[in-house]
Ligand binder design. Structure first.
Ligand code: HEC
Length: 204
């Protein structure tokens, strides 16, 4: 009897371990083909901030602002264990204007105000026909003064094709997010602070 009970408990905990790593619920909601605006993402895992300022792009960058990028925690967990983006991954990109160009530390590009929100989702169920099953969304209004409640996926040619052509890992620009590129399939080490040696190939 006791043996059976122990066996059953082990089975249940094995099952919940499996369902957590492989099938945790996605951190987004899609209703009638519309993605509801994600909330709480500033408490997800932050992976990096690319910036392509106007003054380094002949005065007119395609995307001039800072992009703060986050991944939902269950998908981060899967990435660090397997080096892959699970079905159900969501990454959000919060747009932040370029603020001050000077600080007591020197001249540079500092973040200003929140001016937009975009997202990408990988889902076989919701986007069976999108390349790689990735779909792309924006919640920013054209004047960047407010966010919509829901968003419809862009056609593949608007977003997906550039990501497919140039991103390092399964449509995601991991080459610009050191948290993802250095943490790929690294398990616990991916969370930071475990290694003494730094892979620094730069010569300043
Ligand atoms: C000209 C190529 C290009 C096009 C077109 C493009 N992107 Fe991207 N996207 C990038 C690059 C490069 C990055 C990473 C660097 C950055 O943010 O500047 C990125 C990053 C992202 C990210 C963060 C996660 C990731 O996959 O790296 C999201 C979300 C995103 N783009 C959404 C969109 C949406 C929505 C559209 C269509 C409206 C779009 N992109 C069109 C090049 C592109």
């Amino acid at each position: 009897m006791l043996k059976n009970l122990v066996g059953a408990t082990a089975l249940v905990s094995m099952f919940s371990l499996f369902s957590f790593s492989a099938q945790a619920d996605p951190a987004y909601t899609i209703k009638d083909g519309q993605l509801e605006r994600p909330t709480g993402y500033r408490e997800w895992v932050y992976v990096g901030t690319p910036v392509t300022p106007n003054d380094m792009n002949n005065g007119k960058a395609a995307f001039p602002e800072h992009h703060n990028v986050y991944i939902d925690p269950a998908s981060w967990d899967y990435w660090k264990k397997t080096g892959k983006f699970r079905d159900g991954t969501i990454l959000v990109k919060e747009l932040v204007s370029n603020g001050s160009k000077v600080a007591v530390s020197g001249n540079g590009y500092f973040q200003g105000e929140y001016i937009g929100l975009e997202a990408t989702i990988k889902s076989k169920t919701d986007f069976p026909n999108e390349p790689g099953n990735w779909a792309y969304f924006t919640f920013s209004t054209p004047d960047h003064k407010s966010l919509t409640e829901t968003a419809k996926a862009f056609p593949a040619a608007s977003c997906n094709s550039c990501h497919k052509a140039a991103a390092a890992d399964d449509f995601v620009f991991t080459q610009y997010y050191p948290v993802l590129s250095a943490g790929k399939g690294k398990g616990k080490i991916a969370s930071g602070g475990f290694e003494s040696k730094l892979s620094n190939s730069y010569k300043n």
